[in-house]
Design a protein around this ligand. Sequence first.
Ligand code: ATP
Length: 513
Amino acid sequence: MAQEDLFKKIISHCKEYGFVFPSSEIYDGLGAVYDYGQYGVELKNNIRKYWWDSMTLLNENVVGIDSAIFMHPTIWKASGHVDAFNDPLIDNKDSKKRYRADVLIEEHLARIDDKINKEIEKAARRFGDAFDPEQFRSTNPRVQEYQMKRDATHARFVKALNEADLDELRQIIIDAEIVCPLSGTRNWTEVRQFNLMFATDMGSTADGAMKIYLRPETAQGIFVNFLNVQKSGRMKIPFGIAQTGKAFRNEIVARQFIFRMREFEQMEMQFFVRPGEEIEWFNHWKATRLAWHKALGLGDRYRFHDHDKLAHYANAATDIEFEMPFGFKEVEGIHSRTDFDLNQHEKYSGKKMQYFDPEQGQSYTPYVIETSIGLDRVFLSIIAGSYTEEILDGGETRTLLKLPPALAPVKLAILPLVKKDGLPEKAEEILHALRFDFRCQYDEKDSIGKRYRRQDAIGTPYCITVDHDTLNDNSVTIRFRDTMCQERAPIARLGEIIAEKVSMKTLLKKIND
Ligand code: ATP
């Protein structure tokens, strides 16, 4: 299936089965804002819990907080967001469409990479086993020409970004002959900076309203509480503070469903370390975070992408990218931010942001490693990685979400084979016993096959079928979502069997496997 078609199917599946709805839909929607439905909210809560537990249960030195969305406006001055949280935007005069100039160039570079890879794949097929891709890459004239063009554009791009040179960004777009995907023309405006923060007023104008911002990231709430947590929790460096919550960005190009939203949720952890030890900890968190993603069992669809442009205060940064239906995309960022943020808050607030290290007998401003992940992007990666269509023996298509059992919105469906003979009553008895531990669903409508399909579509890992034998032997059939295999099990053991399979503990343990 073409990737574009797959993505469309995923979006409509999310809507049809109550995972994600466009916001304000009856009023024709609101750009890049989405609502989570009855199953979406459960999946989202489970992902958040997986992250939270992995941070605060598996690390004795990581604790959580929940800071307010509204913060003192000077915080955003100190953090650099007021002056520099900008995207370079450019308009096509014919289509009137607005783009991020950096994204247009990145997409252009990715297209050249595709061309190179296609040449290599073609040659590999022609030459068979004897083919040496590296030699081909360094000697084939066509590949070399592509590579030279790519390298030259890339070098100019990195320089222009580092120097915030907007004219040069535009010139690269012109020189690379990048066209608007809609109008097909190269009729571009100048490149302008656009601040992504939403502003609002706090207090009434009579008593002097204050312009405040909806936070564009949760991290600053952690920095400004660093000493509160350190002192009240008697934390010793190294230690981390974790937080999840809403963030808001007025994204210019808000496409690709819940990948880029104007209101989204972040899960961030700032880890405070001794200066000089930050690269060691950066590597530690890089490995730990990749292991967290891989434990989800979505296959080999992750890669690191080191930043071309390091922020001036960072001394290492990487993204964890997931292979979405529209290519490899950032899901999480891991940044070594030095002592920049704490220093800035010390400067702007006039309050000391230092830590006294009892082992070293001296005070210093800690360095920070940040892990910052978008909950909605993980949600999308999990849906995209688990959406499966299978052709069954009879030619029928089965659509299922192979969600990690610990994250599935519904863990267990309890289905009486028929709606009579005392089977519904028996099924309800089982439901009442199990619902304290698992989110269960009772369904007696339609044929058993149709009910299985409904559960497959929302990713329920286990279905329990109550049949006539159940009344005599007190056992049921467990049907497994992924294999469709069935197993007989005594009702008395159901709780224990299911708990083992769907518990968060089982998933958390996989991180260290
Ligand atoms: P991008 O380059 O894609 O705009 P970013 O580098 O600006 O992302 P960060 O500021 O590092 O993102 O934010 C950390 C994480 O927050 C990202 O890895 C992503 O998962 C998530 N995130 C950022 N912006 C959005 C958004 N508009 N919608 C959904 N998630 C987002």
